[in-house]
Write a protein that binds this ligand. Sequence first.
Ligand SMILES: [Fe+2]
Length: 341
Amino acid sequence: MEQMTKSANILVIDDDFGVRESLKIILRDKYCVSTTSNVDEALVSMNVIRPEMIFLDIKMPKVNGLDFLRQMSSANSTIPIIMITAHPSIETTITSLRNGAFDFIVKPFQPAEILNVAEKALHYSIELWEKDLLVNNLRKAAQQNFFSTTEALLHAIDAKDSYTAGHSKRVSELSAFVAKELGKNESEVEVLRYSAYLHDIGKIGVGDLVLTKPSYLTQEEFQLMKRHSEIGYKIIAPIKFMEKCLPIVRHHHEWYNGKGYPDCLQGSEIPFEASILSIIDAYDALTSDRHYHKKYSHQKACEIIMQGINTQFVPTLTEKVLAIIDRYHDACIQHKRTKNP
Ligand SMILES: [Fe+2]
């Protein structure tokens, strides 16, 4: 903490040269002090120095201190801001406090007063940072717990039906690869990865006889199987951090022509990511042994999916996804050759 105190950055924003220099002299033995004479310059330098606290004059030409304080407050900034004023009024004091000012300094000020308020502000910053860290760690631990639990559920499904064992994991890995290749950002890739991992979690609510039937399903049984996307949606709905996965899990069996399930969405009504997942889900199902068919080759599986464009699968996107799957398939073959020459 001592090291952090000495390296803390302080920004002084005041149009009065004398005040800027006084604060610099008082604070420079303990802190790294930068000064600016106006808010515009301050906004530029904040991107570089990332201050741990700000001393801010209230009365300045162009943008005054209160306006800057409001800007910082509406941007949810956690940097403590200490207001400097020569003529404190009840009105400006209340406005400053309502907009999140950390403290007040009245000119002329004493060095001890400045050092005292700077120390308090810095401790506040550190406490806030530690709380954020704690909250983030707890959030990560909760997510990790959730995935360990769902992994156990997926293993339970795999154990019931050896034909679909590993399906979710493979679909998840391929979905993340496709999302990256389509130019999705890191968090979008993760959403698709998790959605793909959990897309069939609802099968836990489908009876064993239907799930493991070693032949084609009757109409009635198929109706029961179709419930899995809605059941999956209900399982993950209460989990806040899975919110973005919900539409993908729910709609991964919708068809482009509106003949899919559960909501018979068609065309652009189907969430984009759900359309990606449905192609990859079908590809993995076709290239794996199932109760009702032997696995198809990569080439044959792509041909079957191409035949479903405009009925089951979205045009243009499907060609793009298949081209990426083709590269993934080549890379896997290459990897196997390198491992077992
Ligand atoms: Fe499914």
